[in-house]
Write a protein that binds this ligand. Structure first.
Ligand SMILES: Nc1ncnc2c1ncn2[C@@H]1O[C@H](COP(=O)(O)OP(=O)(O)O)[C@@H](O)[C@H]1O
Ligand SMILES: [Mg+2]
Length: 428
């Protein structure tokens, strides 16, 4: 059994790690992978966006399964292309991936389906968008329509900020073609959480909830990042919220897609804003979240491969998914300067020692092997993930491992899980 995972981040290392440990002991490949995936299988030197190269590799190597991690190849139609070659793929086709590829499409489908989300308008003309914003008032949210690597959203506290964001996208070409259209939407109040669901075209199986920490600094200050840490479960996603997410979000959105001839298969990530037990959808992603996946996979009990197979075969059931009762925490270590400019190629010490901390695994993100030495190769470098008897225990293990690891300029947040910890303290 040969499995190819596409991507090179912490999410992909977590997927490779989980699948490599499957009881069927598959042979693992990762394109392009990182220094972590290299320890579990073979890295294939092809970029995740090199559709041609990946298809060519698959035609000659005939993997039994391809799992696509990032959004870019999904939105570019890698699933469709591989399926044409008769390859089994985990990941939605291009039409379904449009839920992430176009925020305007996602909003329009949500509106038709009656999924709770903020009211919105979309614009290609800056003057019209600015006029709308002036009439509407702040706070208001401006989003580039297309894929912008997490940098396309401005939560504007003032009308001026919103107008700047609109003009940057529509006139300043700040996001290239991804910003030729903007979605302007109402500001939502509440607490954010993430839900991932496996979907086999028909059946929906929610995975464990989690909460990401987007800002670079503690207390959620400073610029947005790709994610500084996560924990699972997030108790803000209680049973009431979970039921609502199934019946008010997943069921109607999938029915509306189906009405349009689009069948969703893969993982559908709902970014939620929750207020008084009412979830509203902030966005959909057509793939596993990063770093939420690291926290969620750490809690996955038993094999994951049967669930991924069931998604492809249309035989998904909740029986294929079991969770460890222990909560998990993932602390992301980044390069000094990130999300601004940062150096690469810095040697990283003591990863092996950190991996020896009980119930802990160091997932690599931006790492590479240089002459057998592990060096930094990206902004988010590592995601140290632990499970514990409770969240405090998981966090204390993760931070012991974090403090073991050294590289020049290493930076991480010390307050991962702070909202949940506050809830725990308040509940005591
Ligand atoms: N309508 C909204 N109200 C309040 N905050 C929002 C809203 N939309 C987005 N945000 C904030 O901006 C972040 C990024 O927006 P999102 O739609 O998830 O885009 P992306 O992840 O593609 O950058 C969200 O995680 C949330 O914190
Ligand atoms: Mg988001």
């Amino acid at each position: 059994m040969k499995i190819l995972v596409i991507g090179s981040g912490g999410r992909e290392h977590a997927l490779v790690w989980k699948l490599a440990n499957d009881s069927t002991q598959p042979e693992m490949y990762c394109a392009p992978g990182n220094a972590g995936t290299a320890e579990l299988g073979l890295n294939v030197n092809l970029a995740a966006t090199d559709l041609e190269g990946i298809c060519h590799w698959c035609r000659s190597k005939r993997p039994d399964l391809v799992v696509i991690g990032p959004e870019a190849p999904l939105c570019a139609g890698l699933t469709d292309r591989l399926e044409l070659d008769g390859i089994r793929v985990f990941g939605p086709n291009q039409a379904a991936a449009e839920l992430e590829g176009s925020k305007e499409f996602a909003k329009e489908v949500m509106a038709s389906a009656g999924v709770p989300t903020s009211a919105y308008r979309s614009f290609t003309d800056a003057d019209k968008a600015c006029a709308y914003v002036r009439k509407h008032g702040a706070p208001i949210v401006v989003k580039a329509d297309g894929l912008a690597a997490g940098k396309g959203v401005t939560v504007a506290e003032t009308i001026d900020q919103a107008e700047d964001a609109i003009r940057d996208a529509l006139e300043g070409n700040a996001f290239g073609s991804a910003g030729c259209r903007v979605v302007v939407e109402d500001f939502l109040v509440g607490e954010e959480a993430s839900i991932l669901a496996l979907i086999d075209g028909e059946n929906i199986a929610l995975l464990a909830s989690s909460q990401d920490h987007k800002r670079i600094f503690e207390k959620d200050e400073g610029p947005n990042t790709g994610g500084m840490g996560a924990y699972s479960p997030a108790s803000i996603v209680n049973d009431i919220v979970r039921e609502k997410v199934i019946h008010e979000v997943y069921e109607p959105i999938l029915a509306e897609l189906k009405r349009r001839g689009i069948i969703y298969k893969g993982v559908l990530y709902a970014g939620l804003m929750i207020h008084d037990n009412q979830p509203s959808v902030v966005e959909f992603n057509c793939r596993f979240g990063d770093p939420e996946t690291q926290a969620v996979i750490a809690r996955w009990n038993g094999d994951m491969l049967p669930a991924l197979d069931a998604v492809i075969d249309g035989t998904l059931s909740n029986n294929l998914i079991n969770w460890k009762p222990q909560p998990s925490a993932c602390v992301v270590m980044v390069a000094g300067g990130y999300p601004g400019a940062y150096s690469k190629g810095l040697p990283i010490g003591n990863i092996a020692l950190a991996n020896e901390v009980q119930d802990t695994v160091v997932f690599h993100a931006g790492t590479a092997l240089e002459e057998k030495e592990i060096v930094t190769a990206g902004g988010r470098v590592l995601g140290i993930t632990s499970i514990g008897d409770d969240l405090e225990d998981a966090l204390s293990k993760a931070y012991i491992a974090v403090e073991t690891i050294s590289y020049q300029g290493a930076f991480y947040r010390n307050d991962i899980g702070h909202r949940e910890l506050r809830r725990i303290i308040d509940g005591k």
